[in-house]
Design a binder for this molecule. Sequence first.
Ligand SMILES: Cc1ncc(COP(=O)(O)O)c(C=O)c1O
Length: 405
Amino acid sequence: MTWTPTADWPRLTRATAHLDTPLAALDLGALRANAADLARRAAGTPIRVASKSVRCRPVLTEVLSRSEYAGVLAYSLAEALWLVREGVSDDVVVAYPTVDRTALAELVRDPAAAAAVTLMVDDPAQLDVVDAVAGPGQRETVRLCLELDASLSLPGLWVGVRRSPLRTAQEARGAAEAIARRAGFRLVGMMAYEAQIAGLGNQPVAGSAPAARVRAAVVRRLQERSWRELPERRAAAVAAVGEVAALEFVNGGGTGSLERTTTDASVTELAAGSGLFGPGLFDAYRSFQPAPAAAFALDVVRVPVSGTVTVGGAGWVASGPPGADRLPTIAWPEGLRYLPAEGPGEVQSPLTGPGAAGLGVGDRVWFRHAKAGELCERVDTLHVVDGEDIVGQWPTYRGEGKNFG
Ligand SMILES: Cc1ncc(COP(=O)(O)O)c(C=O)c1O
């Protein structure tokens, strides 16, 4: 499907007109189109679904029903255990190290869970935590994935996110050997996530100031520079670890890097999540444009002054470095902006601009969260719209009473 704002936002308004706000809608056609587009960009490499960018079980199940997708990249061990028990997947990699002793205790006493869940490690201290919960011999063997840092390190400049302390083939091999010396663990995978390519917008959104264009050009240069060193370093690390352990998978990439990461021969699977919902931060990419499959609506509740309307709610600001790009995008109608002195408020948000002229009490405004999964921490239900109709109410993690942080 091609998302056409003038047709598709009014369609969502019609389909949800009988519902009160705040409400979140999931456009099924857009979700499926986004899933297909991610798969096209992955070019045959399987995609592990990054659940932090979804946080809705039926969406995970829907996407995993496609042949191009396999397994879940979860964000907490408690979540991973729940997804396995609920039958969402029997192959869940927890993308971040865990020291959750309650969840570890559950993992190591459940053979089915221990066979399905893989923990992320980059430090022997993380293995010590597992052993403190239950020593080898008193528990199931724990599957491990070694994380290699994929950031770009230049003299005086770190480009990327701070993840693993392991950067070189030698360091990765040393860590793999340390795991091999310990009973009760099996190293089965590697992961190296190039956030500076996969999660950093490289195209200014329409109407941006010149500074944004300069910034995007700098980001593109740094991404090119990063890609000149990463595949070689990743391949060397995978080869070095492969001499110590039989690796089942090497995971890399994210929504913003699929077409690139799939060309890296050492990567056997990709990860992606955000591109399914197409949140605000993912408007800023050159090589792809997801449809806004997930959005939320708020109704106008007052008109404080001519030319300004106030909607109830909207303060759903995203995580990350504070800045305007973390605010919900005001998607429809066009021509609305936040008041600089108030922004999206805690319980109400005044909006101004030419778009306000056509709005009165009870009218609907559509927003998009800056980040994909965080929307689902705000609502219990995604109202699933297919064409002109609501075809389902899909509970979010929150709606199922789940909060994994
Ligand atoms: C390890 C890892 N891989 C991949 C991703 C990509 O997720 P998304 O496609 O939602 O940007 C993330 C997100 O932060 C991640 O932490």
